[in-house]
Ligand binder design. Structure first.
Ligand code: UDP
Length: 240
């Protein structure tokens, strides 16, 4: 760990969709293991990793609201609970390969996980533990992308990395359009002006206002690129 990296602390957003992999089940253990190994590789470099997990593989509030008399807030609380399931699964996988991990939930579930306490989360990170933030922001009408931007700002992480099931941001959905182009070096302006559905507007605005560089490194293997040249150059080099 002689080398110092520009990103000392990163916030990885793992979407529920990524966890599902290609499986019909909600969670693909091969995916959680791939993520755990990537995280292990990055923590070995001395980079602190915090994770925000999504829940879309299990339950997405917006798609259920209105049906069967379910109001949006109730649906969103179910969605937030879904993120806790993913968090516990991911924690178990990480600990199975020896990565000390703590889960913190945005609302209390103290038999299951710690409550979110910012200073405590930071202390865990400083001790080399991975912290998984679950239950989003704890508020309905928000998303875990917004939770990622929020927690990133709160714990002073240098970047939000987003693990999804595609390998980058495209100008169209690459799963449906074979001619979709991969867009490199996106700016916030391009994301909003081209209406690219990378993150929701609340999350983007939060990143932008807090000068959080959103590199949109995507794909389950996005962590691997943390120490690639040009992505996380040593601290002495030119800023992006
Ligand atoms: N959610 C919420 N508030 C939050 C974060 C999440 O109400 O701060 C709910 C919302 O219903 C959402 C679900 O939890 O649909 C799962 O989160 P999300 O859709 O962001 O997960 P992802 O798309 O990353 O899988």
């Amino acid at each position: 760990n002689e080398k110092s990296y520009k990103w000392r602390r990163v916030l990885l957003k793992v979407s529920g969709e990524a966890l599902a992999g290609d499986q019909m089940q909600n969670i693909d253990p091969k995916v959680t293991m791939a993520i755990a190994r990537e995280v292990a590789a990055v923590t070995r470099l001395g980079i602190e990793v915090a994770i925000v997990v999504g829940g879309g593989n299990i339950f997405r509030g917006s798609s259920w609201a209105g049906s069967s008399g379910l109001d949006r807030s109730s649906a969103d609380y179910i969605g937030m609970l879904a993120t806790v399931m993913n968090a516990i699964f991911l924690q178990a996988t990480m600990e199975s390969i020896g990565i000390p991990t703590r889960v913190q939930t945005a609302f209390r579930m103290s038999e299951v996980a710690e409550p979110y306490i910012r200073r405590r989360a930071v202390r865990h990170l400083e001790k080399g533990r991975v912290v998984i933030f679950a239950a989003g922001t704890g508020n309905p009408f928000f998303t875990t992308d917004t939770a990622a931007a929020l927690r990133c700002a709160e714990i002073n992480a240098q970047v939000v990395l987003k693990a999804t099931n595609v390998d980058g941001v495209y100008d169209d959905n690459p799963r449906h359009n074979p001619n979709a182009c991969l867009l490199e070096n996106l700016t916030y302006h391009e994301v909003t002006s081209k209406d690219l559905s990378v993150m929701d507007m609340t999350a983007i605005t939060l990143c932008q206002e807090n000068n959080i560089p959103e590199r949109f490194l995507t794909g389950v293997r996005c962590l691997k690129r943390i120490h690639s040249p040009g992505i996380n150059p040593s601290s002495g080099s030119k800023d992006e």
